[in-house]
Design a protein. Structure first.
Ligand code: TXA
Ligand code: MG
Length: 305
């Protein structure tokens, strides 16, 4: 299969509606989209990513109204949606629509759903006119893509098209909240826990693998090819050094120690260092605000495989 790089969001939406696999930018990371109502198209996502089929996918819709036709909102979920949508927040809610491919939810009675803020993603979703299932557009277990070049590197020849959408501004996947029925943080992400708690009060955070069916929680999930060593003050012999704050390094997540800038740079910098085929040492990142999500991704990148 030849993968075409395209530039028109409307064509991307039309391709998706016809059952194609299309990589497109969101504010968080690039997604690999497919029509969530088309079993074959959704199955091809798993094939293209080499992803185990038990992983449920996030469905993307253009607005809250569209989301309400697919899932049942409780009051807190509605408050979160009104506060943070469109944006880097995914809500896991009871599925009410019968037309989605069961592959999307992996048979679960709940659906993970979000409204992306990226203007181009919005245009794609409106042109598609159908809910779009989209995991991050990387081969399973590899670093999430934040540019169209990353998507091409990982999936060229395995997907129909990639829509050029520039670099992702958030650079981390969406934060995932579930309800049992109290809100539970299932995955740290591009919207910080602090901001969510300012809006709705304290969140339970349940990160035990048994309690959470979010495979984003799997220990080794965002893995560069070579070993990753965290909280490094300086590189050792063969290592390349990913810095944070003012310091000498091969690449720096943010010289001014800005966590938002660091999040936006995280996957891109890991991709670049990974290409050097040397072990990667990473400077300490403060465990505050978006730093918690960054450290979560880094711990997975460093986990033994
Ligand atoms: O920012 C993002 O969320 C990106 C962009 C493309 O939107 N998408 C993304 O999708 O990160 P993916 O498939 O890489 O991650 C989806 C996560 C997985 O950890 C999955 O298990 C979890 O969402 N998930 C999906 N449905 C779920 C459900 N019903 N219950 C619990 N977790 C669910
Ligand atoms: Mg992913």
């Amino acid at each position: 299969m030849q993968t075409t790089l395209i530039t028109d969001p409307k064509s991307a939406g039309i391709l998706l509606a016809k059952g194609a696999l299309v990589g497109f930018a969101t504010e968080t990371v690039y997604g690999l989209g497919a029509d969530a109502r088309n079993d074959t198209a959704v199955a091809r996502i798993f094939e293209a990513k080499g992803r185990p089929t038990f992983n449920p996918l996030i469905v993307h819709v253009p607005d809250l109204e569209a989301a309400q036709t697919l899932v049942a909102f409780n009051e807190t979920a509605l408050e979160l949606a009104r506060h943070f949508w469109p944006g880097p927040l995914t809500l896991v809610l009871p599925l009410t629509d019968k037309s989605l491919s069961p592959l999307v939810t992996a048979g679960l009675p709940t659906l993970a759903i979000r409204v992306p803020a990226h203007a181009q993603a919005q245009a794609v979703l409106r042109a598609a006119g159908t809910p779009i299932a989209a995991p991050s557009a990387n081969p399973s277990g590899r670093i999430s893509p934040t540019t169209s070049a990353h998507v091409m590197d990982g999936l060229s020849g395995r997907v129909d098209a990639v829509l050029e959408g520039g670099a992702c501004v958030v650079g981390l996947e969406s934060t995932i909240i579930g309800f049992e029925p109290a809100p539970v943080l299932l995955r740290q992400g591009g919207l910080s826990q602090d901001r969510i708690e300012q809006a709705i009060g304290p969140l339970k955070s349940d990160t035990t693998p048994a309690a959470v069916q979010a495979p984003g929680q799997l220990a080794s999930h965002y893995a560069p090819q070579r070993a990753v060593r965290l909280n490094a003050q300086a590189p050792e012999k063969d290592e390349v050094f990913l810095g944070f704050g003012p310091m000498t390094s091969n690449l720096n997540l943010s010289e001014s120690a800005d966590l938002v800038e660091a999040a936006a740079n995280l996957f891109g910098h890991l991709h670049q260092l990974d290409a050097l085929d040397r072990p990667i040492a990473v400077a300490p990142i403060p465990e505050i605000g978006l730093g918690r999500a960054i450290n979560d991704r880094l711990r997975r990148a460093a986990a033994p495989r």
